[in-house]
Write a protein that binds this ligand. Structure first.
Ligand code: ADP
Ligand code: MG
Length: 251
């Protein structure tokens, strides 16, 4: 299978911190993977995605995306950043939000072609939001907004989709719909989804890694109890509550 991401011994320190945000992380991702990365708040999940985008340069180690340096490979990646508490309320339509993903910020929604508009419709169709394309983004529910942000990431037809906590703050019904959309997408794009909520993602992803500074990953959906213990620094019974048993090794 084709390797799309190769992370080797990557460590990241912010500023003059003596404790690394990421410590000697190793990870290989293959085409078609649907990988969930779980871990506690502050575990380095968002940092890892930023490293893959080339937004943060590791202090040591090496990262390759399609064999290239991350910043050069950014064109292959669609990214849905972690939602900030502050949501701008400026008047912009769903269609314009997705078009921005197509054109980049510099184009300021000018000089777009018929082909760009078709790509926008196509992306909105994929997340089942085409009927909403003329609505204001601020009028939509959290779950609907998140689908539009995925459309914005998809509109450039990326090879890899990075999702940072995409379902936080979204009610359970909408989460289910959201995951079904991802399940439809996964045959076409390699997906890495980050979450602090193990129960939410374990039903849908094909592989799970645990991240808390160090990454625990065995290339499968099984997480040994010892990994969970180390990653979460608390008894597994607490985390395992409500988790489909097959995710965890026999214990
Ligand atoms: P997660 O996404 O798993 O919650 P983050 O990657 O956001 O974790 O953060 C990992 C660690 O790095 C945390 O201790 C956080 O405080 C620190 N950190 C994140 N971003 C910055 C930053 N821009 N400057 C300094 N420290 C940061
Ligand atoms: Mg985060």
């Amino acid at each position: 299978m084709e390797e799309v991401i190769d992370i080797r011994n990557v460590s990241v320190y912010y500023g003059s911190d003596s404790i690394p945000a990421l410590k000697e992380v190793n990870l290989k991702v293959f085409r078609g993977d649907f990988l969930g990365i779980i871990g506690p708040n502050g575990g380095g999940k968002s940092t890892l995605l930023k490293v893959l985008l080339g937004l943060i340069k590791p202090d040591s180690g090496d990262v390759r995306v399609f064999g290239e340096e991350p910043a050069k490979a950014r064109k292959y990646i669609g990214y849905v950043p972690q939602k900030s508490a502050y949501q701008p309320d400026f008047p912009v339509s769903v269609r314009e939000v997705v078009l921005m993903g197509r054109l980049g910020k510099h184009m300021l929604l000018k000089n777009y072609s018929q082909k760009d508009l078709e790509a926008v419709d196509n992306a909105l169709q994929k997340v089942k939001m085409l009927d909403f394309k003329n609505r204001q983004i601020s009028e939509l529910s959290g779950g609907q907004q998140q689908r539009v942000f995925i459309a914005r990431a998809l509109v450039r037809e990326p090879e890899i989709l990075l999702l940072d906590e995409p379902v936080s703050g979204i009610d359970e019904m909408m989460q289910k719909e959201f995951y079904e959309i991802l399940t439809d997408l996964k045959s076409k794009v390699t997906i890495i989804m980050v979450s602090h909520d193990l129960t939410a993602i374990s039903n849908y992803v094909d592989k799970i890694a645990c991240l808390n500074q160090t990454l625990f990953f065995h290339g499968s959906k099984e997480i040994p109890e010892s990994d969970l213990k180390q990653a979460y620094c608390c008894p597994v019974e607490l985390i395992a509550h409500g988790i489909p048993h097959r995710v965890l090794k026999e214990h």
